[in-house]
Design a protein around this ligand. Structure first.
Ligand code: SF4
Length: 94
């Protein structure tokens, strides 16, 4: 029997957010300023690609606080053929 698992994962780049929802996973860190270093995040995505991860969701804290970093990570996902999406609270909308 051939197993064809679709591997999807959530990726928390930081716990920083401009909103403080009680239910948020970032609440455990006090909505602090914990952020991964960008080169480390890129290495993890390379490792995920090697592990056949097919989809990454950038999520809590608020990913778009670090727009240029997230753009870099989304581009890296595209290079690896990994579907990516960003879950945002929409703070940037007018
Ligand atoms: S990351 Fe999302 S769920 Fe968490 S505090 Fe911010 S808006 Fe709320």
């Amino acid at each position: 029997m051939i197993m064809n698992h679709i591997r999807k994962t959530a990726f928390g780049y930081s716990t920083q957010c401009n909103i403080k929802c009680e239910h948020c996973v970032a609440a455990e860190d006090g909505y602090g300023h914990i952020k991964m270093e960008l080169p480390r995040a890129r290495d993890i995505i390379d490792e995920m690609a090697a592990a056949n991860v097919k989809a990454i969701s950038f999520t809590a804290g608020e990913p778009l606080i670090f727009l240029s970093d997230i753009l870099s990570l989304v581009r890296l996902c595209k290079k690896h053929g990994i579907y990516s999406r960003v879950v945002s609270n929409g703070f940037w909308a007018t």
